[in-house]
Ligand binder design. Sequence first.
Ligand code: PLP
Length: 381
Amino acid sequence: MKYGFATTAIHVGQEPEERTGAVTVPLYQTSTYAQEEVGRHKGFEYSRTDNPTRRSWETNIAALENGARGLAFASGSAALDTLLRLFSQGDHIVAAEDMYGGTFRLFETVFRRFGLDFTYVDMRNPENVAAAIKPNTRMVFSESPTNPMMNLTDLAAVAEIAHAHKTLFVVDNTFMTPCLQRPLDLGADIVMHSATKYLGGHSDLVSGLLVTKTEELGAKLAVLQNSIGAVPGPFDCWLCLRSTKTLAVRMQRHNENARAIAAHLESHAAVQKIYYPGLESHPQHDLARRQMNGFGGMISIDLGSSEKAHAFARSTELFLLAESLGGVESLINYPASMTHGSIPPENRQRLGITDGLIRLSVGIEEKEDLIADLDKALAAG
Ligand SMILES: *Cc1c(COP(=O)(O)O)cnc(C)c1O
């Protein structure tokens, strides 16, 4: 990165437009481009392959993740789907056992039918990754912190293990964004995002990304991106470009609010357990300090029973009960039946995704208002 983070976010890929000097990247809402003669054009042929607004966003996110190439997709799931097509029948993948439920569903219900094999491990201990690697392992896939248990993977340690076995290391960086964690700098080969969350940041779009460390991997994925065609429209890319300009200040505020709320809830009598990497009581707090530049806006709490969790979810006013996360507005989620409903019940119990678990996505409102809202709802339970 030539500039600091916030400067890169605002300027890289977002230079003033040449023809008019427009300060914001124009919305190129076009499917095709006029060519001067057969074989001569201005670098754009068809918008599934490439579009100027999308290219600006891809350039911007590649710079922010410190990667060689960014590729945008219609959703985080579409990014994952395209990523998985790097592999072939008979290949094996090692993944985190408590990652996002939709990722698990895609691996198990779609790609297993096409002959990919998966092993899920507790990635808090890098040795579990080493033990699960087989001769046909082609990728280690991690999410850190995980959703919703806030378990961390030591990214540098797992990168070393993956590379010693010549397999790719891919990290879902949705919860952190490049503002708080840069997996490529810690040894990952590819970073994946649901841009629907913090990168979009305003709960108004669905989009996804892959960023590669090398040009070579970027070129391979670009062929898949164009062949499969799960690309975002120009307007979603334009919204992401608008959002990236405020990413640094938004993440700072998400951090600040979540830290204050976690500290408050930790000593609240109605909260049986709290999971937040920014708390000193979090078992991996030291690792969090080492590999993250902030602890993020996601907190999970266990209220002890389904009844208490449901009463709480009914009683907040500012925290809206909704799927998704990472927007400016605070949300609550009930993982057992919402985001993680696709995980088998016995796995959920073992992972700690109990019927009393609530996940908070802390927004950027005034923290005093958020704490008052939570206190009122906890009293109702
Ligand atoms: C939401 C999410 C996804 C899936 O992304 P979509 O944009 O919803 O398809 C993947 N990983 C994590 C961590 C997520 O939160």
